[in-house]
Design a protein around this ligand. Structure first.
Ligand SMILES: [Zn+2]
Length: 425
């Protein structure tokens, strides 16, 4: 079988799988319900109703399937671009639009590529991000507001992908056969810059973010940070309620842009004790330098991925049949992206395993700082309920997809911590 026929067949299989996965549109299958009914973990049975369990399972079961569908869809688009003359045709069109300016032609090609992905992913994105979120009573957005968000994201993607892709194509031309190292440097610089600037340049495009207003809460946060030995004037609140009823908080930025951001939905739905626990968890990420460690690990993965992509591109040019004019042909970008995509996918369990390890560390820090296991459990229960968490996720799904330990495990951790505290003389 030729490479072209093989990838044509593969994309057909992937497309069929996509249709099969999203066609029922029923959030939960009976087989799923039967597999977990009747043997709830003690932590879940003690804090949640059967209705909480059913709602979480219905919501998240569909999310898992949509995640798989999104992956299948992207994979299918990439395989079609790699296995057919589509990418070369796109490059020819870009050259015709800007015949005298090779750099502009590359930029046009990149923009067309981004637009194709956006257009093909839009129906699934609309269903997952708007229709379904409304069906479960989680979204507070109008259709127009959702669309404005989507357009902003698209413009942001263009603003990042076009210059970065252009620089990569330049490195392909300038350093044939040895572009991996300079490309790695480019990625490292872009990553650090992006993490540093995101809180002050990107996040405000989508939300209003301002310093925590509640004076009592501020006081408690300052005291907490004092105990933890971290600077605290960087605790912010964000108007997440313009989009969702879900509660959350996150730690972001580097150097002077470092900050903890709390959703206003979290502040509205939690007692000060519970908010304090969430802040203590984010302080845990801060204290243990999880952002720097994350960047380091991403760069390690990126180095391996770039090396593999370079070897694959070399092989494709030598072998022929991929419609590439040479090793520096920008039409090879979908193959480059395919290698990165597949490697990212197969390393997902490792990435998420590390993320869950970091989350456990942050949980332990929060329990150590506050000594308040009861509030930890209350806050966990409150967030799980408002976010429709899957309270009994299949272990394989946790292993593959979960960036945080499941609710039962986090409650168990708090219980053990409380036990240890009581046992101290
Ligand atoms: Zn966390």
């Amino acid at each position: 079988m030729t490479a072209r026929r093989a990838s044509g067949l593969l994309s057909l299989v992937v497309s069929l799988a996509t249709i099969l996965m999203i066609s029922p549109f029923t959030p939960s299958s009976p087989a799923w319900a039967a597999s977990t009914a009747g043997n709830l973990p003690a932590e879940i049975a003690a804090h949640f109703t059967p209705d909480d369990v059913a709602r979480g399972r219905a919501y998240m079961g569909g999310r898992y399937r949509l995640f798989a569908a999104g992956i299948a869809l992207r994979l299918a688009i990439l395989l079609l671009l790699v296995g057919t003359p589509a990418s070369a045709a796109l490059r020819n069109l870009a050259v015709r639009l800007a015949p005298a300016h090779p750099a502009v032609a590359v930029a046009v090609y990149l923009a067309l590529l981004v637009l194709i992905f956006e257009l093909l992913a839009l129906p699934l994105g609309y269903y997952a991000g708007f229709v379904r979120e409304h069906a479960f009573g989680l979204s507070t957005q109008t259709r127009a507001a959702w669309l404005v968000d989507r357009i902003k994201s698209l413009l942001l993607t263009l603003a990042l992908a076009v210059p970065l892709g252009s620089l990569l194509a330049l490195l392909w031309r300038r350093y044939p056969g040895r572009w991996v190292l300079p490309a790695w440097g480019l990625v490292a610089a872009a990553m650090v810059l992006l993490v540093m600037l995101a809180p002050i340049v990107i996040d405000p495009l989508f939300n209003t973010i301002r310093p925590l207003r509640d004076p009592d809460l501020r006081q408690r946060v300052i005291a907490l940070a004092g105990r933890a030995g971290v600077p605290v004037d960087q605790v912010y609140e964000m108007d997440a309620s313009r989009r969702t009823r879900k509660g959350n908080a996150y730690f972001t930025g580097l150097g002077r842009t470092k900050r903890i951001v709390l959703y206003d939905t979290l502040l509205a739905g939690s007692s000060p004790d519970e908010v304090e626990l969430v802040v203590a968890h984010e302080i845990g990420h801060w204290k243990r330098a999880h952002i720097w460690k994350g960047i380091g690990l991403s760069l390690l993965g990126m180095g391996i991925a770039l090396w593999c992509a370079a070897r694959t591109l070399d092989w494709a040019v030598r072998r022929g049949g991929f419609h590439l004019a040479g090793p520096a042909d920008v039409a090879g970008l979908p193959l480059f992206l395919l290698v990165l995509f597949v490697l990212n996918l197969v390393s997902l369990p490792i990435q998420n395993g590390i993320s869950r390890y970091f989350e456990r560390e942050a949980d332990r820090t929060s329990l150590g700082l506050t000594g308040n296991a009861t509030a930890f459990i209350r806050s966990e229960v409150q967030l799980a309920r408002s976010n429709l968490a899957d309270l009994t996720p299949p272990p394989a799904v946790v292993w593959l997809l979960y960036t945080h330990p499941p609710v039962a495990e986090r409650i168990r951790l708090a219980g053990e911590d409380a036990g240890r505290t009581r046992a101290r003389p």
